[in-house]
Design a protein. Structure first.
Length: 346
C-alpha cells in the first residue's frame, strides 16, 4: 500500500500506511516483554550485580529492532523526499526523538550500574536512568497511536485499528510496570486486615482506575470513537503482566477483572452505537463499575475479603464516580434550547 501525503501549510508530510503501523506495533511488544523479564530478574535474582544480563539483552535488542522499524524507508536509501520537518511520517517524529533519548538513557543506565551497582525493588523503578528510559520508550511505542489518530475521520474496520490497540496495550503495560508498587493486582489490599493499609489500598484502586480509564478516554478523544478492543487491550496491559512480580499469586482476581473489562467493552459499544455523545462518560463509569466487582469475586475465591462491605462497596462507587467525571470532561456541550425572543416593551 503506497504512503499517502498529508498537506500542511509549511510542508507536505507523508502519512504512514496501516501496514507500517502494524509492524511498529508488533515490534513494540518485544521490548515490553524484555522490560518485564528484566523486572522479574530484579525481584527474583538477588545476586544480580551486572548490567550485562540476558534480560537486558532482550530489552535493548527489542528497542533496537523497534528503532529500525520507526526509521522511514527513504532514510535507509539516503533519499529523503521532503524537508526535514516532513521526512518522518505523521506521528513518527516523536518516536524517533524517543529512540535518540533511549540511546542516551541506555548509556546512562550502563554507567549508573557500573558505578553504583544494580538496584532492586522500588529503587530500580525510581532510578533516574530508568525513568529516562521510561519516557523515551513511551514516545516510541505510542507511535502507532499517534499515527492512527492522524487518520481520524476515515472509515476503517477493527483490523486497521489493531495497531492502535496494540500500542495502547503496550503503553499501559509499561505504565503499569513502573507503578507496580501501587497495583491492587499484586498485594490485593482488600484481602488485608491491617488497618493502615486500607488508606493505601483505596489509593491503589483509585490509581488503577485512572490507569484503566485515561488511555481509553484519550483514544476516544483522538479518534472520535472507541476502536473495537481498545478497552480490553488497555485492561490487559494494566491487569495481567504485573503478575510476573509475584508469580501470579492472585491470578484469579486478575482474570475476573479482565472479564469485567470485556463486559465493559460490550456495554460501551452498545451505548456508543445509540448515543455517541454519552460514550466517554459511560466508558469512564462502566470500566471501574464492572472491573472491580468481578475482581473482588476472584479475590474472594482465592484469598478472601477482609474489608467490610461499606469499604469495598464504597471503593467501587468512588472509582465509578471518578471515572464518570473524567469521561464527562470529554463530553460535548449539551445544546441550550432558547425560547422565543420576547418583544421589547412587552
Amino acid at each position: 500500500m503506497p504512503s499517502r501525503t498529508m498537506a500542511s501549510p509549511a510542508t507536505s508530510a507523508v502519512a504512514a500506511t496501516e501496514r507500517q503501523d502494524l509492524i511498529v506495533a508488533l515490534a513494540a511488544l518485544w521490548p515490553v516483554a524484555g522490560l518485564y523479564l528484566d523486572g522479574w530478574a530484579h525481584t527474583h535474582v538477588p545476586e544480580l550485580e551486572t548490567f550485562f544480563t540476558p534480560w537486558h539483552a532482550v530489552l535493548y535488542s527489542g528497542f533496537l529492532v523497534l528503532t529500525c522499524c520507526l526509521v522511514p524507508s527513504a532514510w535507509w536509501r539516503w533519499r529523503p523526499r521532503a524537508a526535514l520537518p516532513g521526512r518522518a511520517p505523521v506521528g513518527y517524529g516523536l518516536g524517533l526523538i524517543g529512540a535518540l533519548l533511549f540511546g542516551v538513557g541506555g548509556l546512562a543506565d550502563m554507567v549508573w550500574h557500573l558505578l553504583l551497582g544494580v538496584e532492586i525493588d522500588l529503587e530500580a523503578l525510581l532510578s533516574p536512568p530508568h525513568l529516562l528510559l521510561l519516557a523515551a520508550g513511551t514516545l516510541m511505542i505510542a507511535t502507532p497511536l499517534r499515527a492512527a489518530a492522524s487518520r481520524r475521520g476515515e472509515p476503517v474496520g477493527w483490523l486497521r485499528r489493531l495497531p492502535a490497540t496494540l500500542s495502547a496495550f503496550a503503553v499501559t503495560a509499561v505504565a503499569a510496570f513502573f507503578l507496580e508498587y501501587l497495583s491492587p493486582f499484586l498485594d490485593v489490599p482488600v484481602a488485608a486486615e491491617d488497618g493502615p493499609s486500607q488508606v493505601l489500598g483505596v489509593g491503589e484502586y483509585l490509581l488503577a482506575t485512572v490507569l484503566l480509564v485515561v488511555p481509553v478516554l484519550s483514544a476516544w478523544g483522538r479518534f472520535g470513537h472507541l476502536p473495537a478492543g481498545m478497552i480490553t487491550g488497555v485492561a490487559l496491559g494494566a491487569i495481567l503482566p504485573v503478575g510476573v512480580f509475584n508469580d501470579f499469586e492472585f491470578l484469579g482476581g486478575q482474570m475476573w477483572a479482565l472479564a469485567g473489562a470485556v463486559a465493559a467493552e460490550g456495554v460501551v459499544h452498545v451505548v456508543a452505537g445509540r448515543r455517541p455523545s454519552l460514550a466517554p462518560v459511560i466508558a469512564g463509569a462502566a470500566v471501574p463499575a464492572l472491573v472491580w466487582p468481578l475482581h473482588l469475586i476472584g479475590v474472594a475465591w482465592t484469598a478472601g475479603i477482609a474489608w467490610t462491605v461499606e469499604l469495598w462497596g464504597g471503593v467501587i462507587v468512588l472509582c465509578a464516580l471518578g471515572g464518570a467525571v473524567l469521561g464527562g470532561l470529554l463530553m460535548p456541550e449539551w445544546p441550550i434550547r432558547r425560547g422565543p425572543a420576547t418583544p421589547s416593551g412587552a
